[in-house]
Ligand binder design. Structure first.
Ligand code: TXA
Ligand code: MG
Length: 332
């Protein structure tokens, strides 16, 4: 059960930004735009606020949250930036990259870290988010602003659809640019490990570090144990899930299906599709990532019995897109 709240949706103007910061500092729950997806922010130092946040999202168990800060200097107060973390922070922050490093006690409460000795830190590149973070003056814990297991929100109305009555405020700054969540790198060990592919492509990180990044052999979603030992603790196999089944690598469209396509591909059966969306008619992965979650929502609402997805390229942002789609398609 959650405590019902009067949820207000306001534009991200000067008054809205000040109200968002005031509410977060006072222990409230505020959805705010980042360049990746909308986050649900609260004071990371307050166990009560964090507990309310888990409750509002309907998270089945505690799952560590990303601490959001306005700049590198603030990040250095939250955790120990190891040498690889320093290199990556200098190169890619602000931006869609989250670094897991050894945590300091205090700047985030233990509940926000789900009791871990490490903390995930991110400096978002969205100007509205950074203004709110500067005004709050403390780390803001912010998971994606969706109900647990649902598709992440890339617009304020997506947030409202999932969380109305459960949170205090939604700052509306239009659709997010990147469209998939940040890339998460574990920088606690000798060499960084990619826990979640995301908005910053692997190739750029490898070029900056002049080394290849380990991908801890991710358990296939259908493999036993995948739900028990996910890479990032929150990465359950079935996640980002529309309500209807998702069929990947579709070479045709079957009766009653909707189609998620790419680069103008028209597989056989296309004419009979219940609905379709093209992630990027010109075949650009950056555009595809930006459209992914909104189009999944659209097709989910089309009345189709399933969503067929054409094969997509795997390089660049294709890695994050493939990851999210495989979770959307996982058995549940
Ligand atoms: O783009 C993003 O990262 C968005 C925006 C709002 O910033 N946030 C986001 O948060 O995607 P969330 O909670 O949906 O995903 C955070 C992921 C979870 O899978 C969690 O398990 C992992 O980060 N995580 C957090 N702290 C961690 C830690 N100390 N070690 C390993 N994984 C961690
Ligand atoms: Mg999420």
């Amino acid at each position: 059960p959650f405590e019902p709240r009067n949820t207000r949706l306001v534009p991200a103007d000067t008054a809205g930004i000040a109200e968002a910061a005031r509410l977060i500092a006072a222990g409230g729950l505020v959805a705010l735009p980042t360049e990746t997806v909308y986050g649900l922010g609260c004071d990371a130092t307050s166990p009560t606020a964090v507990a309310n946040l888990y409750n509002a999202k309907g998270r089945p168990s505690f799952n560590p949250l990303i601490a959001h800060v306005p700049d590198i200097a603030a990040a250095r107060q939250v955790g120990h930036l190891t040498s690889s973390a320093e290199t990556l922070a200098e190169r890619f922050w602000p931006g869609p990259l989250t670094l897991v490093v050894p945590a300091y006690d205090g700047p985030t409460c233990a509940l926000a870290r789900a009791g871990l000795a490490s903390v995930a830190i991110r400096v978002p590149a969205h100007e509205i988010a950074r203004q709110v973070l500067r005004m709050v003056g403390r780390a803001v814990a912010a998971p994606s602003a969706n109900r647990s297991g649902h598709v992440s929100p890339t617009t304020a109305p997506h947030v409202l659809a999932d969380l109305e009555g459960r949170i205090d405020l939604i700052l509306d700054a239009g659709p997010t640019l990147v469209g998939v969540e940040s890339t998460i790198l574990d920088c606690t060990g000798e060499t960084p490990v990619m826990l979640r592919p995301g908005g910053l492509p692997r190739e750029e990180i490898e070029a900056a570090l002049r080394q290849s990044i380990q991908s801890p052999s991710p358990k296939a979603p259908e493999e036993p144990g995948a739900e028990i030992a996910p890479l990032a603790p929150g990465m359950l196999a079935s996640h980002y899930a529309p309500s209807v089944p998702v069929r990947l690598n579709a070479r045709d469209v079957r009766p009653g299906e909707a189609l998620l396509t790419f680069a103008g591909a028209h597989p056989p059966g296309f004419e009979a599709a219940r609905a379709y969306r093209d992630l990027s008619p010109s075949g650009e992965l950056v555009e595809a990532a930006a459209h992914l979650f909104a189009y999944l929502r659209d097709l989910d609402a089309s009345g189709a019995r399933a969503i067929a997805v054409v094969p997509l390229p795997r390089h660049g942002l294709g890695e994050a897109i493939a990851d999210r789609l495989s979770r959307a398609a996982a058995p549940r």
